[in-house]
Design a protein around this ligand. Structure first.
Ligand code: SAH
Ligand code: DHB
Ligand code: MG
Length: 226
C-alpha cells in the first residue's frame, strides 16, 4: 500500500496498537467497556489502552488505596485505576452527565468493580466540597473532565491529596493549541490557566509531557503533592 495514504495520526495509532499488543495482556473486560461506550454513542475520548495502563502503574507506584477521578465518561479509566487499588481500597469518580454515568455503572458491574467504585453524579465543583468535608486523603487524583475548570480542579486536588500523592491531568497539550494566547476556546483558556496556576503553586512538583498515539497529539501533566 502507498505509504503516503497514511496520515501521521494513523501511524501514531498504529504504533500505539503495536506497543499495546506487545506489552499489555489481552483484556476482554476493557475491550467490552470501550465497545459499550461506542454502542451508547458516548464521545470517543476515553484514555487509550496504554494511557490506562500508565494510570494503573502510577496507582501501583503510590500504593493507592484511595483514588479520585474527575470525569468518568463510560468508566474506562476508572476500571484501569480501580484494578490497581490495594485490597479494601476505593475509587471515587465524579460525572456530571447521568447518561454517561449509566454506561459507566454497567461497565463497572461487568468488570466486577461495583464494590470498589463510588460514582457520584453531579457537577464536580458541587461535589468536591463534600469530599473535603468527608475528610478524604487521596493517593492519586486523575483530572479528566471539563477543561474550563482544570485550574479549579487542581486546587481542590491539592487539598484532597496526601503528601507524596499524585495528581494526573489529561489533555494538557491539545495538538499544541495551548500556545495560542488569543484563542477564544474556553477549554484552551482553562488549560492555559492551569499552567499559570501550577507555575506559582508551591504545593506541587509538576511536570508535563507530550504524547502521540491512538488519541492523537496531546499530553499529560503529573504533579506530586509536596
Ligand atoms: N476519564 C474518562 C474520560 C472522561 S471524558 C476515561 O478516560 O475513560 C470527560 C467526562 O467529564 C465526560 O463524561 C463529561 O460528561 C464529564 N464532565 C464534564 N463536565 C463535568 C463536570 N463539570 N463535572 C463532572 N464531570 C464532568
Ligand atoms: C476531549 C476531552 C477529553 O477528556 C479527551 O481526552 C479528549 C477530548 C474533548 O472534550 O474534546
Ligand atoms: Mg481526557
Amino acid at each position: 500500500m502507498d505509504e503516503r495514504r497514511f496520515t501521521e495520526k494513523d501511524r501514531w495509532a498504529e504504533v500505539d496498537h503495536w506497543m499495546a499488543l506487545h506489552l499489555l495482556p489481552a483484556d476482554p473486560v476493557l475491550d467490552d467497556a470501550r465497545a459499550a461506550c461506542r454502542r451508547a454513542g458516548l464521545p470517543p475520548i476515553e484514555v487509550s489502552a496504554l494511557t490506562g495502563a500508565l494510570l494503573g502503574l502510577l496507582c501501583n507506584l503510590v500504593g493507592a488505596r484511595h483514588i479520585l477521578e474527575i470525569g468518568t465518561l463510560g468508566g474506562y479509566s476508572a476500571i484501569c485505576m480501580a484494578r490497581a487499588l490495594k485490597p479494601g481500597g476505593r475509587l471515587v469518580t465524579l460525572e456530571a452527565d447521568p447518561r454517561h454515568a449509566d454506561v459507566a455503572r454497567a461497565n463497572f458491574a461487568r468488570a466486577e468493580l461495583t464494590r470498589q467504585i463510588d460514582m457520584r453524579v453531579g457537577a464536580a465543583l458541587d461535589l468536591l466540597p463534600g469530599l473535603v468535608d468527608e475528610g478524604h486523603a487521596f493517593d492519586l487524583v486523575f483530572i479528566d473532565a471539563d477543561k474550563e475548570n482544570s485550574a479549579a480542579y487542581a486546587d481542590w486536588a491539592a487539598t484532597l491529596t496526601r503528601p507524596g500523592g499524585l495528581v494526573v491531568i489529561d489533555n494538557v497539550v491539545r495538538e499544541g493549541r495551548i500556545l495560542h494566547e488569543t484563542s477564544d476556546d474556553p477549554a484552551l483558556a482553562g488549560i492555559r490557566s492551569l499552567y499559570a496556576a501550577m507555575r506559582m503553586d508551591r504545593r506541587f512538583e509538576a511536570v508535563a509531557f507530550q504524547t502521540v498515539g491512538a488519541r492523537g497529539w496531546d499530553g499529560l501533566m503529573i504533579c506530586r503533592r509536596l
